[in-house]
Design a protein around this ligand. Sequence first.
Ligand code: NI
Length: 259
Amino acid sequence: MIIDTHAHYDDEAFDEDRDQLIRGFAENGIEMVVNVGAGIETSKRTLELVAQYENVYGAVGVHPDGVQDLTEADMEWLKSVSGREKIVAIGEIGLDYYWDTAERQIQKKWFVRQLGLAREVGLPVIIHSREAAADTLEIMKAEKSEEIGGVIHCFSYGVEMAREYLKMGFFLGIGGVLTFKNGRRLKEVVEYAPMESLVLETDSPYLTPVPYRGKRNNSNYLPLVVEELAKIKGLSAQEVIDITRENALRLYRISGRDR
Ligand code: NI
């Protein structure tokens, strides 16, 4: 079955039918989803979803757009909840120079701090990096992120950058963009990267694959990404599902015993 390694079911876009959707995943071939925090509030909501649904795992962390008001007390709280059952990563964290919501110095400071938190608590990281390729890589190298491990979510850079992250042992998160007409760069990356380094993700409610692009995304659309990935890699859909599932379990260090 399919594992969605990155989604935001806490989002208000799901207020109407969240319960129905999540309970219906199994019959649509979706084994589990990892709900990813983007701030303190959404990390709290993530903890609730993880407790409520067996098929929801979680990550806690603060997205670069939300770091302006981050405090030491928040960091303590993140640390305190990171050890809870089914919390499998620190994220999403990183740099976003497209929106530039917070000053770049502030983004960098909290990115480094949250990488440190992940190292301290022994969890992998979920990296958000948009139009900030050089700084993201520089910080991750300086912080020896190859010892932390994790995924570059919604990978949006080219083959050169992919090579750097693959060398560090990171996974690349592949989602709806792969089906976009202007997704050529990502297709090249997928062609280049070994299958063992790719994981499936939706970033729901965002980045909906074609032909539903523009509508609200959800994990049930992942077979459209699988199909595209299978075509590029010359594999069957089932092979793509099986390999990316193993990769996701390895990324989040979920052992067979937990499942
Ligand atoms: Ni996200």
